[in-house]
Each structure stands twice: as structure tokens, then as C-alpha cells.
Design a protein around this ligand. Structure first.
Ligand code: ARG
Length: 460
């Protein structure tokens, strides 16, 4: 078996070594980025006068062939291909002969793999950002069509104060906007080319890292070759961003699960986005939401696994770093699928607005409004809280309607009764950023505007 290092070794690699160390089964996914990196490197070698134009063109032609063989599924991998970098270089050398054997001049797989992974991560995080925007558009659409529909807002999962459904949906939307910002800032920070760092220390050859960086569309170039080959901060950041997106989706998923129970009855799932039971004929299960919640455990695990892998590594490259790819690929795939599935789930679910408002109009939902009504007449809030609290307790203890107690109260009386009318409490949440219609209207506008800006940014 011919390895990339056969010159130095008397014998070939053991079968167990290859079985344990190969990364080809998963890093094939970097093929197009590896080819892009090799094209830029070869052009750089030619500009540096290390390859003739004819040699450059023959290597570029071989890279084109490799690309189309991979695309058509006719590329033949061999047993000594321990990773995608080896496969591509081996095939280029088969095709371009001596010129092909010059491809790896001044380059190491250490700067090569870091380059590939940055190109890959930049693109894939961009794709996740696009999926988030699509999901946010669904949220915005559902928020807009919800109009003035309202439901109980909860603290401690106990009914607290009514809120517009639009307000509740947009709360999830804003969390995703922060996710989008985080993705963009991760992309901005990772947009640095490591190509030219070599194995760890640069090169004696007249390479121009800035030239290959520009060729590859990177915004900048490494300042320190040791850092360039050993830095996986961008993978950690990407895994954190993806884990937090998962956490956000999981919190929404949890609400969808609760809302679709008979106990809540706020939401009916569409047939196409729910599953049945093999035994219980009546069942309609929220499996998308449950798997979104469940898979978030993996996303968090991928992040902590990567950080644990990195923590003991001395500079510069260590083979441990090969363990960066599987968690990254897994988290990207998981979040991508979860976003698509949750977009479909949310877009197709039917809200039971009557059940929501009925739950929100329980008289105790207006307790704070009763207290604030007293505050408006000069009663200190602490006293107002105690007065209303005592009425609520009496209502519960003695089974008397709160309305009757309020009407008969010396502190509140008839003039406060309108606060208990259906739909009044939510109207009164008027402060900026609040949960009532007057405050939610500008919020909807603001959310729509930042979504337009987000779309432009992704298009750019
Ligand atoms: N497959 C390796 C990785 O993913 C490529 C770099 C190997 N470099 C080395 N010196 N063994 O990290």
C-alpha cells in the first residue's frame, strides 16, 4: 500500500492502523472544498514561479477530471486513501504525472484541511442562516394572521397575564434573529485563510498566502502559522451557534407538544406533520417537535465533545483534530433538518383561538389590572396587591365568583368590573414591547423590517 509518507517508512501501514485512522468515509464531504483549495494553491505555485503555466494547467485539468469523476460517482477510491486529501492528490498525480506530483509543494494536509473546513463551514452556516430566515417568515406570517387573538401568558407554567398570540410567536422569532446574528459573526471571524501555513511553520518557498486567500474568497489571511493549523475555534463557535438554535427550537417544540395536548387544546397538528400510534387508534403524535427537543441533546453533546477534544492539545496540529468533522457535520445536518421540519409543522398547524382566549379570560388573569386600577387612584402597589390577593383567595376558598367580590368591594366596586370583561386585560398591555395590540403592531413592523435586512444580507 502506497502512503503519502512511504519514503520514510520501511513497511506499510497495519490494517488496524488504517481501520482506526481513516477519515475518508466522512471527510469525502469536503471534496469540493478540497478541490477549490488545490486550484488556488496550484495557481499560487505558478505565480510564485514554482510551477510552469503548462504544469499548472495540467494539474487544473486533472482537478477538473477529479471533480467530474466524483460528481458522476465514477471516482475510484483505493485502500491507501486515508482521507479525501489523499484521494484527490493521488488521482491528480495519476492523471497529470510529474506535474501532479508537484501539487503538494509547500503545502501540508494540516493547512489544507483547515482551509477546506473553513470554506465548508462558511458555506454551510450560510445555508443554515437561509433556513432560519424561512422559518422566521413562517413565524411572521402566523403572527400577522393571528391578528388580535390572545392566549394566557405563563410564568412557572401557571397562567399569568394574557398575551397576543402574535406576541408569543414573535418572542421565538427574536431569539432566532439573535441566532442569525451569531451565525454571521461566526462567519466573519472564520473568514481567514490558513493556506500557506504549511505543516506548522510556513515555507522556504516564495509562497504568497494573501494571494491564495484572495483567490479562495477569504476576507483575510492568517497572522501566525501555528495558530492557523491548530485553531478550531470556528468549529466550536459553529457548534455553539447550532446548539443554541437547537435549544431555541426545542423550547418552541416543547410548547407545541403542550399546546397540542387535550389538556391545553390550543393547537391541532396537520396530518402530514404528525404521526400515529401502532396500537392506539386515537393517537396523533407531535414527533417532529419531540425529535427537535430530543436531538438538541446531541447538538449540546457535539459542542462539549469538541471542547473536550481540544482542551489538552499542544500546538500545533495533532491528529485529535480530525475529530472536529463528525460533530460539525452532524450538528449541521440535524439543525438543517429540524429547521425544515419545524417550519412545516408550524406553518401547517391550526390554532384553536377559542380555547386560547377562553383560557386567557379566566377572571384571575386580570388580577394585576385590578391592582393597577387601584394604583391609578393613589393606592401604593403593595397595598393594592394585598387587597386583590385577598379577594382572589376568598373567591377560591368560598367558591364566590371574583366578579361578585370585586363589585362588592369597597376598594374596587362597580367601576372596576369592566377590567374583568373578556379581552380587556390583553388590550391594556400597552407599554413598548408589551403584549397587547397597540404595542404588538409596531413590533410586527420592526420584525418584518429586520427580516428584510436579514434576507438582503444572506443574498449578499
Ligand atoms: N485527515 C486529517 C484531518 O482531518 C488530515 C490531516 C492529517 N495530517 C496529518 N499530519 N496527519 O485532520
Amino acid at each position: 500500500m502506497s502512503t503519502l509518507w512511504h519514503g520514510r517508512f520501511e513497511s506499510g501501514p497495519a490494517e488496524e492502523l488504517m481501520a482506526f485512522t481513516v477519515s475518508l468515509p466522512f471527510d469525502q464531504r469536503l471534496a469540493s472544498d478540497d478541490i477549490a483549495g488545490s486550484r488556488a494553491h496550484v495557481r499560487g505555485l505558478c505565480r510564485a514561479g514554482i510551477l510552469t503555466e503548462a504544469e499548472r494547467d495540467s494539474v487544473l485539468a486533472a482537478l477538473d477530471t477529479v471533480e467530474s469523476e466524483l460528481a458522476q460517482g465514477t471516482f475510484v477510491f483505493v485502500a491507501s486513501d486515508e482521507d479525501i486529501h489523499t484521494s484527490v492528490e493521488r488521482r491528480v498525480t495519476e492523471l497529470a504525472g510529474a506535474a501532479g506530483a508537484k501539487l503538494h509543494t509547500g503545502r501540508s494536509r494540516n493547512d489544507q484541511v483547515a482551509t477546506d473546513l473553513r470554506l465548508f463551514t462558511k458555506r454551510e452556516l450560510g445555508a443554515i442562516a437561509s433556513r432560519i430566515v424561512v422559518f422566521q417568515e413562517t413565524l411572521l406570517d402566523r403572527a400577522r394572521t393571528a391578528g388580535d387573538a390572545y392566549l394566557p401568558g405563563y410564568t412557572h407554567l401557571q397562567r399569568a397575564q394574557p398575551v397576543l398570540l402574535a406576541h408569543h410567536l414573535l418572542a421565538h422569532g427574536w431569539a432566532l434573529s439573535r441566532d442569525l446574528d451569531r451565525l454571521h459573526s461566526t462567519i466573519d471571524r472564520l473568514d481567514i485563510s490558513p493556506l500557506g501555513a504549511g505543516a506548522l511553520a510556513g515555507s522556504s518557498l516564495p509562497l504568497d498566502p494573501a494571494g491564495t486567500a484572495a483567490d479562495l474568497g477569504f476576507a483575510g489571511v492568517f497572522a501566525n502559522s501555528l495558530d492557523a493549523v491548530s485553531d478550531r475555534d470556528f468549529v466550536a463557535e459553529a457548534l455553539f451557534d447550532l446548539a443554541l438554535i437547537g435549544v431555541h427550537l426545542s423550547r418552541l417544540a416543547e410548547e407545541i407538544i403542550l399546546w397540542s395536548t387535550d389538556e391545553f387544546g390550543f393547537l391541532r397538528l396537520d396530518d402530514a406533520y404528525s404521526t400515529g400510534s401502532s396500537m392506539l387508534p386515537q393517537k396523533k403524535n407531535p414527533d417532529i417537535a419531540e425529535l427537535t427537543r430530543g436531538k438538541t441533546g446531541r447538538l449540546i453533546g457535539n459542542l462539549t465533545g469538541l471542547l473536550a477534544m481540544l482542551k489538552g492539545l499542544p500546538l500545533a496540529y495533532n491528529r485529535d483534530l480530525q475529530e472536529d468533522k463528525e460533530p460539525l457535520f452532524d450538528s449541521l445536518d440535524t439543525v438543517s433538518l429540524a429547521l425544515a421540519a419545524m417550519t412545516g409543522l408550524l406553518g401547517s398547524s391550526i390554532f384553536n383561538l377559542a380555547a386560547m382566549s377562553e383560557a386567557a379570560d379566566a377572571p384571575t388573569s386580570a388580577a394585576t389590572d385590578l391592582a393597577e386600577h387601584l394604583v391609578a387612584t393613589g393606592v401604593p402597589f403593595r397595598d393594592a396587591h394585598a387587597i386583590v390577593g385577598a379577594l382572589v383567595r376568598k373567591s377560591l376558598d368560598e367558591g364566590i365568583a371574583l366578579r361578585d367580590l370585586v363589585g362588592a368591594s369597597d376598594d374596587l366596586g362597580e367601576s372596576a368590573l369592566h377590567l374583568l370583561d373578556w379581552g380587556v386585560a390583553v388590550q391594556r398591555r400597552t407599554t413598548p414591547g408589551g403584549a397587547g395590540p397597540a404595542a404588538v403592531a409596531p413590533q410586527l413592523e420592526a420584525f418584518a423590517q429586520q427580516l428584510v435586512a436579514a434576507k438582503e444580507r444572506i443574498g449578499a
